[in-house]
Design a binder for this molecule. Sequence first.
Ligand SMILES: [Zn+2]
Length: 252
Amino acid sequence: MLRVVEFGESDLILHLLTPETSRLTAIARHARRSRKRFAGTLDLFNRLRITAVRRSGSAMARLEQATLVESLAELRRDTARFALGCYLLELLGRLAPEGGARADSRRLFAFTLSALRALDARSPDARLRVLLELRALDALGLRPELEACVRCGGALEGSEEVPFLVAEGGPLCTSCAAAGEDALGIHLGTLRALAVGLRFAPEQLGRVALSGPALREARLLLSRFARFHVGLELQSERFLNEIISSADLPAG
Ligand SMILES: [Zn+2]
């Protein structure tokens, strides 16, 4: 369950992520009036088995049945886990396609489950936040280029810091870099650490070495990159910044 919105007198509109269709919007009629029908199931983060019916031509499915399969209790009890969990759900809710290709939907669903379980298992720090954000973008088909020049495909050599163009999704080599472009300066070591982060499963991300100035660069890069694709600031981002960044990142 990605998002729950109250609708009318007694209904709920639900945004779900499914392994068949990616995002699915469904209405649960009378869900707020009748406590029995969907009792305890229609909450954020819950993994459900559902029956939903969609008439042809209708944008929204109607939820008929929902059974709770997995509830991530620790994720709700801890502020940092909850804040990062909400941020990931909002990112997925904004960027997951409705009716995506089946292979992509399965991959996105599998990523989401393992990311939320990793959060249920341990409280996140700024490093886990950045790496899960990167992995979420990757699972959504929005992986930034981290290893080669985004324009010519050439190797990144020479200077320690390369210009990274958020709008083009990657760094530039010395021959493609032109003065006056609106680029973020990112060290090659930071890009390499992020590339390593793409090779580990969410529960193994604790092994990726990313700290200090590189972590700060990575956080800025991922935040700009996500914002560029979403097109606006996510509601949960400011809260997450208060909970996680201030505790872990040096000022500046
Ligand atoms: Zn180039």
